[in-house]
Design a protein around this ligand. Structure first.
Ligand SMILES: [Zn+2]
Length: 105
């Protein structure tokens, strides 16, 4: 039986190094187009380095869980994906537009 919480890296304040590992609630029931991955790896984006140093140039709604560049397995049949299909989430358009993903922002 899955536990009610999971570990996550959380950016919790607009201060330098205000990032820590916390237990957070697992997502509840999925609705609409929600997807729940069984995470296998998470990258560190340049935008997250900026948040770690509190040098980001965009608004941040705190607290926020970091690790938006992720790969894993899709554990439930939903839409057109087969059960346990491998999935990778690329850098968001915001990362690419700001240059954060390439480290130039
Ligand atoms: Zn990114």
């Amino acid at each position: 039986m899955p536990t009610a919480s999971m570990a996550a890296v959380v950016h919790y304040a607009l201060e330098k190094y205000a990032v820590e590992l916390r237990e957070v609630p697992r997502p509840g029931d999925l609705v609409d187009d929600d997807v729940l991955l069984s995470t296998r790896a998470v990258g560190v984006c340049g935008s997250e380095i900026h948040q770690y140093h509190n040098t980001q140039s965009w608004p941040v709604n705190l607290p926020v869980i970091l690790g938006h560049e992720v790969s894993g397995l899709y554990p439930k049949r939903r839409h057109s994906f087969a059960a346990s299909a491998p999935i990778a989430g690329p850098a968001s358009t915001t990362c690419v537009r700001s240059g954060a993903a390439s480290g130039t922002a």
